[in-house]
Design a binder for this molecule. Structure first.
Ligand code: GFP
Length: 792
């Protein structure tokens, strides 16, 4: 390996060892590891072709992959060898690992799920391809200035990306706008603008390198480089028009939950990568088939949320307009290929395009959507509308065009059936299925927590990394004091690692003996970071008033970004930072409470925080968090959850046992009931002196003395509206936190509870989730013998 690294340094980077910078060494190491993926990758592709295997095509606007060096090295079993080779070359392996940009082509759970799925698909040997966009700028970089979030462009592609291969020959035209020509019952779309989608492939090799799939990300380039005639006339703007369109399409990842802005561009992004992906999978299909009617036997196309929902009409367009199928048959055939995953019930997050806009950008698709709608209404009169009040409802479109629709946790799936898609569910009672989310144990235990995974491997062998339910064997160790001590020693190692990092990066000294209480996720009202900071203030008040009362010292850790257009979320960030500035400087509570909010939360930061957490905050308003996946990562790494009965918390609690989970708050049903009472928030606050005091302090400017009115809006909203019921759950949250305090004082019992979590969440492996999709939705098989037989 040492020789290979040197060879790459010389021949791929053009440097000799004496002049190489860290970047060069990291690239040389990455390319060396990439070389070692090739045999498995080629062999897997060849096997898929030889066997005419059915493939999964996972279409996702987001792949939140993070760094890859260690991931690849671990999957190939090469970490020790790589570390040694790098050391022999006089370099620090950990520094090289840290030099890699964190590829943030996603916002949060949805994108990270797609990345975990890619790992599991490869580990299980399921022939699959992930399709997405090669954004030039991933999710913005977050900074805090005077406590406020500011956004800076992210620049992962300013350097060469070590893992990808450009495929200039894999290029397709994607059109926009123009008109549709109808002649003798045939339709032909003549787009007005065209860009070229070019593929960039990243190999994804699963555990122990037995199988390799591809993540194919599309980049846009202009059809004509530039218009030389216009250029020569001096009209430089016109000369580069097509170039500008192409560049904007894959320029930035859109943040979630932004409203109006850039709608047209987002629609174009969605169509761009969906159309290219479908062209690509059809080209592959026709290499060994000649009858398009066999497509459902060869391709399972999964829509990760509605973002690629235009795949339905696009596939119908190709089948009808290009292959001459009757419209009804085209619709039916497309449906047999498509599955749709719903990730949210929040109405504002369900995509809707103005009909005029969709018609302008994709005129033929609008006609096809009308045909789909007409077919549905003819067969099921009164069915919910795709086209409604001048909008195109992408959720309804995705549902109607998919043969299976899935929710991402048991509770969420029930709510999908009873709320957003209740009417469609009545019409199609077998279409909705549940596939509870999962996480890859390779990254989220083996990779990020060497201390704990080493201990587990010494205890039960290393089979758990590919069969996470083997962790169940650890349940018998919850009564073994020696093992519990070792378990807590691993936690302590991780807490020390984090404490050092916090000291270096935030300048805050935290005590590894304190309880590390962590909430990391997108900042959103429904996720209720606000409730967490209010509880922190209440705790601080009481600690400050009575510092000798035997408190459990706490470090409250926050991480997460707010969508740039989401004003309230940004106010919550500012409030957390303002409160931190006051609390962290209080000499009375200095050994009892600290608040840490490092900016720019990302996958890499999660890998540091999760192994060090004692308490995992999963406190969303019941019925709002579709699943959560952070909740699974924390439990796997031996943190206890404080949480509501929401999303996958419900199933986590069932697995780990109610006695090992701090439950509080209203249930989803109670939330609905409570909302029907006028003035529920005011009533709840009036019954809680503790909360009243906290709100009064904020409103009086206790945490913003330079601008006392800064949070009037935020506080007023809690009294008068409080759509997410912070007021109603506050007291029960506070009390449950004190139960957690008490439990933490008894470290031996705490250790047993924490171990019960680790030992009991093997079911939440994304391998299990993917087995479920393979069986219930895709009807695909593993190309590695025996991989799908395990329980799904
Ligand atoms: C969304 C949902 C989560 C869910 C993920 C993956 O993620 O509840 O776990 O998708 O299905 F909200 P976030 O973007 O909110 O993290």
């Amino acid at each position: 390996m040492k020789d290979d690294i040197l060879a790459h340094l010389r021949y791929s980077l053009g440097k000799d060892a004496g002049h190489a910078a860290i970047y060069d060494w990291r690239m040389a190491l990455s390319l060396t590891l990439r070389d070692r993926m090739m045999d498995s990758w080629f062999q897997s592709t060849k096997t898929s072709y030889d066997r005419h295997a059915k493939r999964v095509y996972y279409l996702s606007m987001e792949f939140l992959i993070g760094r890859l060096v260690e991931d690849v090295a671990a999957n190939l079993g090469l970490v020790e060898e790589a570390r040694a080779a790098v050391a022999e070359l006089g370099q620090d392996y950990d520094l090289l690992v840290k030099d890699e940009p964190d590829a943030a082509l996603g916002n949060g759970g949805l994108g990270r799920l797609a990345a975990c799925f890619m790992d599991s698909l490869a580990t299980l040997g399921i022939p699959a391809m992930g399709y997405g966009i090669r954004y030039e700028h991933g999710l913005f970089e977050q900074d805090f200035v005077e406590g406020q979030q500011i956004e800076k462009p992210e620049t992962w592609l300013q350097q060469r990306h070590a893992w990808e291969f450009e495929r200039p020959e894999v290029s397709y035209k994607v059109g926009f706008g123009g008109h549709v020509h109808h002649h003798e019952g045939k339709a032909q779309w003549h787009p007005h603008e065209t860009v070229i989608a070019t593929a960039f492939d990243t190999p994804v090799v699963g555990w122990q390198g037995r199988w390799g799939n591809t993540l194919r990300l599309w980049s846009a380039r202009p059809q004509k480089e530039f218009d030389l005639a216009s250029f020569n006339r001096g009209d430089y703007l016109a000369a580069s028009r097509s170039e500008a369109l192409a560049r904007t399409i894959c320029r930035v990842l859109y943040p979630d939950d932004t409203t109006e802005s850039g709608k047209e561009l987002r629609l174009k992004q969605e169509y761009f990568f969906t159309a290219a992906s479908i062209k690509d999978l059809l080209r592959r299909f026709f290499t060994d088939h000649d009858d398009i009617r066999q497509l459902p036997d060869a391709a399972a196309i999964q829509l990760n949320d509605t973002h690629p929902a235009i795949a339905g009409p696009e596939l119908v367009r190709i089948l009808a307009d290009e292959h001459g199928l009757e419209m009804a048959e085209a619709i039916d055939l497309a449906r047999r290929c498509l599955g749709y995953t719903n990730h949210t019930l929040l109405p504002e997050a369900l995509e809707r395009w103005p009909e005029w806009l969709l018609g302008r950008v994709l005129p033929r698709h609008l006609e096809i959507i009308r045909a789909i709608e007409a077919g549905q209404q003819a067969q099921y009169p009164g069915s919910p509308r795709i086209l409604d009040h001048g909008n195109v409802n992408m959720g309804e479109l995705a549902f109607i065009m998919a043969h299976k629709v899935n929710g991402v946790s048991a509770l969420h799936t029930d709510l999908v059936k009873s709320t957003v898609f209740a009417d469609l569910h009545r019409i199609h009672p077998t279409r909705i299925v549940n596939q509870t989310n999962g996480i890859t144990p390779r990254r989220w235990l083996h990779g990020c927590n060497p201390a704990l995974s080493g201990l587990i491997t010494r205890e039960i062998g290393e089979g758990w990394a590919a069969d996470l339910e083997q962790l169940g064997a650890l349940r018998t160790r919850t009564g073994d004091p020696d093992f519990l001590r070792a378990f807590m020693a691993a936690k302590r190692t991780n807490k020390e690692r984090l404490s050092n990092w916090v000291q270096d990066h935030c300048g805050i000294a935290i005590d590894p003996d304190a309880m590390f209480d962590v909430q990391i996720k997108r900042i959103h009202e429904y996720k209720r970071q606000l409730m967490n900071i209010l509880e922190t203030i209440a705790l601080w008040n009481e600690m400050h008033a009575n510092p000798q009362a035997g408190w459990t010292p706490r470090v409250k850790i926050f991480g997460g970004k707010a969508a740039p257009g989401y004003h309230v979320a940004k106010e919550i960030i500012r409030l957390i930072n303002d409160v931190a500035a006051v609390v962290n400087n209080d000499p009375v509570t200095k050994d009892l409470l600290k608040i840490v909010y490092p900016p720019n939360y990302n996958v890499t930061m999660a890998e540091l925080l999760i192994p060090a957490a004692d308490l995992s905050e999963q406190i969303s308003t019941a019925g709002k968090e579709a699943s959560g996946t952070g909740n699974m990562k924390f439990a796997l790494n031996g943190a206890l959850t404080i949480g509501t009965l929401d999303g996958a918390n419900v199933e986590i609690r069932e697995h780990v046992g109610a006695e090992n989970f701090f439950l509080f708050g209203l249930t989803a049903e109670e939330v609905i009931e409570r909302r029907s009472h006028h003035g529920y928030a005011r009533a709840a606050i009036e019954q809680s002196p503790r909360m009243q005091k906290v709100l009064a302090q904020i409103a009086e400017g206790r945490f913003s003395p330079q601008e006392p009115g800064r949070y009037h809006g935020l506080v007023g909203n809690l009294w008068d509206h409080d759509h997410f019921l912070v007021s109603c759950d506050f007291d029960s949250y506070f009390d449950t936190q004190r139960r957690a305090d008490e439990a933490f004082k008894h470290q031996a019992t705490w250790a047993a509870m924490a171990l019960s979590n680790t030992a009991s969440v093997g079911w939440f492996s994304s391998d299990r989730t993917i087995r479920g999709y393979a069986r219930d939705i895709w009807n695909v098989h593993s190309a590695i013998d025996g991989q799908l037989e395990q329980s799904a």
